[in-house]
Design a protein around this ligand. Structure first.
Ligand SMILES: Nc1ncnc2c1ncn2[C@@H]1O[C@H](COP(=O)(O)OP(=O)(O)O)[C@@H](O)[C@H]1O
Ligand SMILES: [Mg+2]
Length: 574
């Protein structure tokens, strides 16, 4: 897992290695300084030797300067390395997610993908920085300080052989207690993101149903949960410093006691005693740092897991080896197609579908919500792959096309269309990047979009805000239709996409397509029977099965469901 993540370090390897190297330099200087201090005290101040004071003093300043420089350089490298690493990791994740099929995306929620790309990457970045800086520094500091104590006075070093294991054990206990809290905190973050995303994404609905209070409450509950977990965890972590203080004073007292005896016996100088205090600080603080790193790594482990999960996710729709990059025509054939959103065969969204549609036909699809209409058409541009059976477009299995060629030839207009912030022209050019204004206008004409575009004072340059809040639902749909037409597709699918337009416009668009794009296969999924009445043939779908497939006229005679839908809607009109 860690190997996989570390792949993203790439060009920042140099900085990642230099950081601990400079850290080593800093630690060496820091270990040297107390020795020099001891010398200064013993050979300079005690003896009153001014020359010694000056030479040792200069050495001290030089060491301190080096230590400072090394520390600064190491910090610089560490931040370049960790930020660069995070940048690469984010890039890799984003890149991977772009390759995901709908099925892959269904598996994670959108907010979970967002958390992984933001919070989780930041966690991984922080622990990476910690590791290259402190995970090297702390053990070095610990070993060198202990070594120095040992060299100066063996008896005193024994103190640490008792204190260190005790402190170490206590720290481990704390970490053990704290760990589950932190893990819970990050799970709750997902929840928080979900609430925020749902609320902010649907803020208009929230407002129109006056559900703000309820939404705030929902947010507060999750927010409170995080607050409680975090304070609990941090309270426990705070006991760290109490243990440290205790261990430090305990050691200092013992050092004083044994040190004083040794000085009297002539085995220790006052300077050395002073340096022992500094080293004991070094030993204990590096222990503390190690425990912090341990916590940090434990915190970021779930994040790492979640990041790797995204990296490991195999896009389940990929270009096959045998590739056609041209779709010859708009013929459609389904052969014994089964499909399920889960891998559970008993919950089929499509059940044994067999279909034959000729290029240029207009096909209506009608059926209750949830009957599988959208699912059926999603298989055409390979947004999903069937579980069993084959889907053929232009006489060739969709799996044998290059994805871009297939999706270029199969244009889909959805009920809920997404326009991106930018001018109308920018948005329409998604359909064809090279389209001229004339071509764009032709498409807009067919989609009945010209009349409202011409009302905007800057026409095609009209700026669509993020979330397309400054165009109406019907306008949005017509723009989406124009965008789909610009692709010059072989098959165009309207998934309930004219429901926001009035019936007149709806009919006019269908007429335009019939007249001006006779060779294109048109599939119209509709709630309104009037939208499919002028189709060549209509598919009636129920619970994932095709129950009838015939001309509207024949269906009136033969199809019970079709007649029922017709009756209920026509009655409403009268
Ligand atoms: N992304 C999805 N994940 C899981 N189940 C889904 C998904 N999309 C649709 N379904 C289920 O598949 C069935 C058919 O849905 P759909 O094709 O969207 O119906 P329709 O378009 O006819 O309203 C429904 O039971 C729906 O709940
Ligand atoms: Mg649908």
């Amino acid at each position: 897992m860690i190997k996989k993540i570390l792949k993203s370090v790439r060009e920042y390897k140099k900085e990642s290695i230099l950081t601990p190297v400079f850290m080593l330099g800093e630690v060496l200087m820091e270990v040297l300084i107390p020795i020099l201090m001891a010398k200064l005290l013993d050979n300079g101040i005690e003896t009153g030797d001014l020359n010694n004071i000056i030479t040792i003093g200069i050495l001290l300043v030089i060491c301190a300067l080096f230590s400072l420089c090394f520390g600064m350089i190491a910090g610089r490298f560490a931040s370049i390395a960790s930020n660069g690493f995070a940048k690469n990791l984010r890039h890799d994740l984003y890149y991977k997610v772009q390759d995901y099929s709908f099925k892959n995306i269904d598996k994670y929620s959108t907010s979970s993908i967002i958390t992984r790309l933001t919070t989780d990457v930041t966690n991984v970045q922080n622990s990476y920085q910690m590791i290259i800086r402190i995970a090297v520094r702390a053990p070095l500091m610990f070993i060198f300080s202990l070594l120095m104590v040992f060299i100066i006075n063996k008896k005193i070093s024994l103190i640490f052989f008792i204190v260190v294991p005790i402190v170490f054990a206590l720290l481990i206990i704390i970490v053990r207690i704290v760990h589950p809290y932190f893990e819970k905190v990050f799970k709750t973050y997902d929840e928080l993101n979900n609430v925020v995303k749902e609320n902010v994404g649907g803020i208009r609905v929230v407002k129109s149903y006056v559900r703000e209070e309820h939404e705030i409450e929902k947010f507060d509950i999750v927010s409170e949960k995080i607050y409680k977990l975090f304070t609990k965890a941090e309270k426990i972590v705070a006991s760290n410093s109490a243990i440290m203080d205790f261990a430090l004073y305990f050691s200092v007292i013992l050092i004083c006691y044994i040190g004083a005896k040794s000085i009297v016996a002539g085995n220790l100088t006052t300077g050395q005693l002073a340096s022992l205090f500094t080293y004991s600080m070094g030993i204990l603080s590096s222990l503390m740092m190690l425990s912090m790193i341990y916590v940090m790594i434990i915190i970021s482990l779930p994040s790492m897991k979640r990041v790797v999960e995204l990296l490991d996710e195999e896009p389940d729709i990929k270009d096959s080896d045998c590739v056609f990059d041209h779709v010859p025509n708009g013929d459609i054939e389904f052969k014994n197609v089964d499909f399920s959103y889960s891998d559970d065969e008993s919950k089929l969204a499509l059940d044994n579908i067999n279909l034959n549609i000729k290029s240029g036909e207009t096909i209506g699809i009608i059926g209750a919500t949830g009957s599988g209409k959208s699912t059926l058409v999603n298989l055409l541009p390979r947004l999903y792959d069937p579980m069993k059976g084959e889907v053929l477009v232009g006489g060739i299995n969709v799996k044998d096309y290059r994805l871009y060629a297939l999706r270029d030839a199969v244009s889909m207009v959805l009920q809920k269309n997404v326009l991106f912030s930018g001018t109308i022209r920018d948005n329409l050019k998604w359909g064809d990047a090279k389209a001229t204004d004339e071509e764009i206008m032709v498409a807009c004409n067919l989609a009945c979009a010209t009349e409202f575009i011409s009302k905007f004072e800057n026409g095609l340059d009209y700026y669509i805000e993020q979330g397309a809040t400054n165009v109406s639902g019907g306008q949005k749909q017509r723009l989406a239709i124009a965008r789909a037409l610009l692709k010059k597709p072989k098959i165009i699918i309207f998934d309930d996409s004219t429901s926001a337009c009035d019936t007149m416009t709806d009919a006019k668009i269908r007429n335009n397509l019939k007249e001006f794009m006779p060779e294109v296969t048109k599939i119209v999924i509709a709630q309104r029977i009037s939208s499919v009445e002028d189709a060549d043939r209509v598919i009636v779908i129920d619970e994932g099965k095709i129950v009838d497939f015939d001309t509207p006229k024949n269906l009136m005679k033969t199809s019970k469901i079709y007649r029922e839908i017709n009756d209920s809607q026509k009655k409403g009109v009268k």
